[in-house]
Design a protein. Structure first.
Length: 252
């Protein structure tokens, strides 16, 4: 069963077509990778789906509903969340406070402080924070200031923040960028565990091909804004067009 579909999704910036008539289907429960050379249109494509950019043409459907014109907070409330390429945290707040704020903001839409909120709202956000920090193995660090975390833990905190809206679909943008081999291994283990334990659908943008081929069920390859391959990892790895786009014809 498909949870996300794009139909002819296109984004033009002046004379440049960054995303060119892309049709893509994501099945519920899968890890779907989107890869491509630098400048292929990957980040633009995700920003179109998550409402950060408006498409020039085309449509986006999530769980059967047209979300093309939805605002980002509305898309979050529908069940889509995104972890960013660089950690987006409140560095002077604790780890726990970061996730509680995200959970409360996701529940209320565009975030605002509400001093008349019900007690059960606070209890519910505390429960979400505990669940999501436990999922990324940071519950024991909940009272630590976010700025003091090691780089890999900051990236995992950012994933917990994205999870605080309790999404059905999570976009992960370069989750292992800048990580050491040990941190990368822990992040790969986390991706596999999130899919299984939280029943998440994950769309992954990542440059590390070893990570991609390890965790992905299917891979879509973008080049110059167009999909040039869309299949299982084994088939994509042997695709001559993919090899040409990446390495001038050298096997991946």
């Amino acid at each position: 069963m498909s949870i996300l579909e794009t139909d002819g999704l296109t984004k033009e910036f002046g004379g440049l077509t960054a995303v060119d008539d892309v049709d893509l289907t994501v099945e519920q429960g899968e890890v779907r990778a989107i890869i491509g050379p630098n400048g292929a249109g990957k980040s633009t494509f995700i920003n179109l789906i998550t409402g950060l950019l408006d498409p020039t043409n085309g449509a986006v459907r999530f769980d059967g509903a047209d979300i093309t014109d939805d605002k980002p907070y509305q898309i979050v409330q529908r069940g889509i969340s995104k972890s960013f390429q660089t950690a987006s945290i409140f560095p002077d707040m604790t780890v726990g406070e970061n996730v509680r704020i995200a959970a409360f903001g996701a529940e209320r839409g565009s975030f605002r402080f509400d001093f008349l909120r019900r007690r059960d709202d606070i209890e519910e956000t505390d429960e979400v924070a505990e669940e999501m920090l436990s999922a990324v193995d940071l519950w024991s660090e909940r009272d630590v200031t976010a700025a003091s975390l090691p780089y890999g833990d900051k990236r995992r905190l950012e994933i917990a923040i994205a999870l605080a809206s309790e999404p059905d679909l999570l976009f992960m943008d370069e989750p292992t960028a800048g990580m050491s081999p040990d941190e990368t291994e822990r992040t790969v283990d986390l991706i596999e565990r999130l899919q299984e334990d939280l029943d998440l659908t994950i769309v992954l943008v990542e440059h590390d091909m070893e990570v991609i081929f390890r965790v992905s069920d299917r891979i879509a390859v973008l080049s110059r804004g167009q999909v040039i391959a869309d299949d299982t990892p084994d088939v994509v790895q042997g695709n001559p067009a993919v090899q040409e786009a990446y390495l001038g014809g050298v096997d991946l």
